[in-house]
Ligand binder design. Structure first.
Ligand code: GDP
Ligand code: MG
Length: 372
């Protein structure tokens, strides 16, 4: 009944009141233990605990990585999708300047002012075609994602400053891209600077197997100035050319599947996750498993903070509605029904907890009893 608070609910559901408060927080509701809750909130919360307790759903696809592979290998209804591009390179060689330039120079008039860029990815249109850029904070994030099995980049743009040449993080970036088997487009940057020596950069890079077409190789080089916007269109042309050669495709008709780019807990919205859709189309209301958490896509926004109802392959979106905060690199899969999604999510959370305990090298009395 209305008027119940987290403490009352805790008693009914056999949970600690603090857990109820945390759960509410995840759902975007700020309340202390004694605050009475409205009917809707109680219902949502009860459902959250109730269904799982009442009906035990057996899931043989608890392994969403497997589901993801299956969805990815589905070759029906394939359609061309936009390339997903990551910009990498040594510190101060101009990655952020390039991303900023792209972002500001390719906003259509109507969108000007609406560029809040809340999420770590965005799309732009060039020659009528869409390109998705991932604004990864650095190589560490890229490595982390790859280590977790999420190869989400199609093309790497390697930025090398023409006045500085190949540096340690340039080499690191080349190794990452080569390990991930993504083609590299070299953007020789800062060609406006007096000390710029693009030829030297090209010579240096031949040591790493990056040989320009003019010299008999197959690597695309573009000489740019990110700061002054020189040859940026050429760079985008080359990205589109490369993606055409790769024949990137996805099936927009299936359930959405993809990877987490980043996720956080927001005071007002609860768990907020930025996802890259790699397969299928995502709709608001979709039951979803994300890493070890699950939920329903409650709201979905594009990178400009605009509410959208559906999103196609290669689109980055920010969603709310998850019961917990997933990690960057986690996979997600949309399920046909919420019960299965919940069961899969809970199964995965349990397995993750067991794994964590197994790998803990210190045995305390507490976790010994817990696992017994
Ligand atoms: P990041 O560390 O790779 O993200 O590098 P930034 O984009 O932060 O750039 C580092 C510095 O180089 C900044 O002061 C930029 O203004 C400058 N810079 C970036 N691109 C160019 C360019 O094309 N020409 C010149 N002259 N300076 C540039
Ligand atoms: Mg930067």
């Amino acid at each position: 009944q209305v008027g119940m608070n987290a403490q009352d609910l805790g008693k009914i559901l056999h949970r600690e009141p603090s857990e109820i408060v945390k759960k509410l927080f995840m759902l975007g509701v700020m309340a202390n233990q004694n605050q009475s809750l409205d009917k809707d909130t109680i219902e949502i919360l009860a459902a959250d605990y109730g269904i799982a307790a009442k009906e035990k759903v057996e899931v043989d696809v608890a392994d969403i990585d497997k589901t993801f592979e299956e969805e990815s290998n589905n070759t029906d209804h394939l359609e061309t999708r936009p390339p997903v591009v990551t910009i990498m390179g040594h510190v101060d060689h101009g990655k952020t300047t390039l991303l900023d330039h792209l972002r500001h120079s390719h906003i259509t008039a109507g969108e000007a002012g609406g560029i809040t860029q809340a999420i770590g990815a965005y799309q732009l249109k060039h020659q009528g075609k869409t390109i998705t850029f991932l604004d990864t904070p650095g190589h560490a994030a890229f490595t982390e994602m790859r280590a977790r099995g999420a190869d989400i980049t199609d093309i790497t743009v390697l930025v090398v400053a023409a006045d500085d040449g190949v540096m340690p993080q340039t080499i690191e970036a080349i190794h990452h891209a080569q390990a991930a088997k993504t083609p590299i487009i070299v953007a020789v940057n800062k060609i406006d600077k007096p000390g710029a020596n693009p030829n030297h950069v090209m010579e240096q890079l031949t040591e790493y197997g990056l040989i320009p077409e003019d010299w008999g190789g197959d690597t695309i080089f573009v000489q740019i100035s990110a700061k002054f916007g020189k040859n940026i269109d050429e760079l985008l042309d080359m990205i589109l050319l490369q993606s055409e050669v790769m024949e990137l495709k996805a099936n927009p008709q299936q359930n959405a599947a993809g990877s987490v780019i980043e996720a956080k807990l927001d005071q007002g919205k609860g768990s907020v996750a930025t996802l890259l859709i790699q397969q299928g189309t995502m709709h608001t209301g979709d039951p979803i498993v994300v890493g070890n958490t699950f939920g329903r896509v409650r709201t979905m926004e594009n990178e400009r903070g605009k509410e959208i109802k559906k999103a196609l392959p290669s689109t980055p979106v920010e969603i709310t509605g998850l019961s917990d905060v997933p990690e960057a690199g986690d996979r997600f899969v949309v399920f046909d029904d919420e019960k299965t999604a919940r069961a899969a999510g809970e199964e995965r959370a349990k397995n993750a907890l067991m794994e964590e305990r197994r790998t803990k090298n210190t045995v305390t009395l507490d976790n010994l009893f817990d696992t017994m």
